[in-house]
Ligand binder design. Structure first.
Ligand SMILES: *Cc1c(COP(=O)(O)O)cnc(C)c1O
Length: 489
């Protein structure tokens, strides 16, 4: 082809008509603001209809489609059938609700399309600022290192890799063959499943995750942990790490972290704390005592997208020893070495601290949200959620036909409907049915767990939109559905 022909046929994905796309963009923004502002008026759950699902089973698009038509498809088929963790009565699993300002920050980050990995650019500095603030919130020394990740799952694995490096620096090159016996890791039986997955992925093997039993408050039994360490050592195992829980996923239990820190120090073990949501109340002075020892951990993971209400995805890992952190992940590669000046100068490349090379600009929404709302707003909201959990627990205890099933040390409430004449097995089936109806009727979205073989309806309150009346409605509706079910049978 001649150069002239090439020039006239040059392509780009930028719009041909910038102002038309700009106009569509403004409409999207208007629609999203309306959507967020009116969220309370809609059902907490709506099952995606067949037509909506069919819209995601189309043939691979060969030809271009109009931007407005694609948006319309999103608007009518995707948006209305959200997970809806933005709803004021969404308390399932542990999910945050995001904020309108976070949405805008995400748009800015996407517009910049920064790859926050290497180079002397402001996104790198913004992430560093967020990590420094995180250290301050969690009481980690200013010299510690850290990294933003998609979620606590990845943050936990990142910490475990550093813990493994601490156990034996030869594993990095020689593999686990470098170790003279099986490495073992310890955590309560309530430890989140993602830690077990991490232990599998990094080659330790989940059989070597020693599940330490818990007491009646679902906290790790320190006496049994100590005994297990002695027995394992005598049997030729090599303990290397303890995982403490700051807020277990089932009931919000907080392990005695200061005692775990003391054992770890004495036994020369790594202490990792999974504080996915339960580390966040460290912002509250009245919680200092219950989270005592958190700041002594060798590593800590927590989510911004749960109890800091930051839009998905945003989590953080902090590592006390920055050299060890870097050593565990760094490798010298020609195309990633820093230069004295220019684009490739600047802060240490972030891929020396984790598995990801390409990384989005998660830091922006955290940085902007913290600045805009200020810690005072977060403190007030975290307190509000804690009070709501206590309020819900009281409503349950006062209400005949409802049973509180676990202590409420944090923001998680486990309970069940119990008309008083059923076996545990019947109650399990009954409460499961109540939960499904509660969702189907779009009323409220707690989730569930099983405590000592008993099915529990479980509300995890990391929701800045919930009001106290929402919990009254929850309790009333559960009793209503329960009564309907037991009276009709
Ligand atoms: C949610 C949670 C995780 C996993 O975090 P993600 O952000 O979902 O990856 C780990 N531990 C606990 C205690 C959690 O609640």
């Amino acid at each position: 082809m001649k150069k002239d022909a090439l020039l006239t046929e040059e392509k780009t994905l930028d719009p041909q008509d910038w102002s038309a796309l700009n106009e569509l963009g403004h409409r999207m923004l208007d629609d999203l603001f309306h959507y967020l502002e009116t969220v309370r008026q809609r059902a907490v759950y709506t099952k995606p209809p067949t037509a909506a699902i069919a819209s995601t089973e189309e043939a691979l698009p060969e030809m271009p489609q109009d931007a407005a038509a694609v948006y319309k498809d999103f608007f009518s088929n995707v948006l209305p059938y959200n997970t809806n963790n933005i709803h004021p009565r969404f308390w399932a699993w542990v999910q945050g609700g995001g904020t309108p300002f976070g949405m805008l920050a995400d748009m800015l980050a996407s517009g910049m399309n920064a790859n926050v990995s290497i180079g002397d650019n402001m996104p790198m500095h913004v992430e560093k600022q967020v990590i420094n603030w995180s250290k301050e919130i969690m009481g980690f020394p200013a010299t510690a290192s850290g990294l933003l990740l998609s979620g606590a799952s990845l943050a936990n694995i990142t910490a475990l890799v550093v813990a493994r490096h601490f156990a034996n620096r030869e594993i990095k090159t020689k593999g686990l063959q470098a170790v003279r016996g099986p490495l073992t890791i310890y955590g309560s039986s309530e430890t989140h499943n993602c830690v077990l997955k991490g232990v599998e992925v990094i080659g330790i093997g989940s059989d070597h995750f020693r599940k330490v039993p818990v007491d009646e408050n679902y906290r790790i039994r320190i006496d049994i942990l100590k005994r297990m360490l002695i027995e394992d050592r005598a049997a030729g195992y090599i303990p290397f790490c303890i995982v403490g829980n700051a807020g277990t996923v089932n009931t919000g239990a907080i392990d005695p972290l200061d005692e775990l820190a003391a054992i770890a120090r004495k036994e020369k073990l790594w202490l990792h704390v999974d504080g996915a949501f339960g580390a966040i109340p460290r912002l509250l002075p009245e919680f200092a005592d219950r989270l005592k020892g958190l700041e002594l951990a060798d590593s800590l993971s927590f989510d911004f997208h749960k109890w800091m209400y930051v839009n998905y995805e945003a989590a953080c890992v902090l590592i006390r020893d920055p050299q060890l952190h870097r050593e565990a992940f760094a490798s010298a590669v020609n195309y990633l070495t820093l230069h004295e000046r220019g684009l490739s100068a600047g802060p240490d490349s972030l891929n020396n601290y984790g598995m990801e090379l390409s990384r989005g600009f998660k830091a922006l929404k955290i940085w902007m949200s913290l600045k805009h709302h200020g810690l005072e707003s977060y403190r007030a909201l975290i307190r509000q959620n804690l009070q709501q959990a206590q309020y819900l627990a009281e409503l349950i205890q006062l209400r005949p036909g409802l049973e509180l099933m676990a202590p409420v040390p944090l923001n998680i409430v486990c309970f069940r409907y119990d008309p008083g004449h059923c076996t545990d097995k019947e109650l399990n089936a009954l409460n499961r049915e109540i939960l499904m109806r509660l969702h189907e009727q779009g009323i409220a979205a707690p989730s569930y767990t099983v405590l000592n073989g008993r099915y529990a309806i479980r509300a995890a309150i990391t929701n800045h939109r919930s009001r106290f009346v929402d919990f009254e409605l929850l309790v009333n509706e559960i009793v209503r559905i329960g009564n309907e079910l037991t009276q009709s049978s």
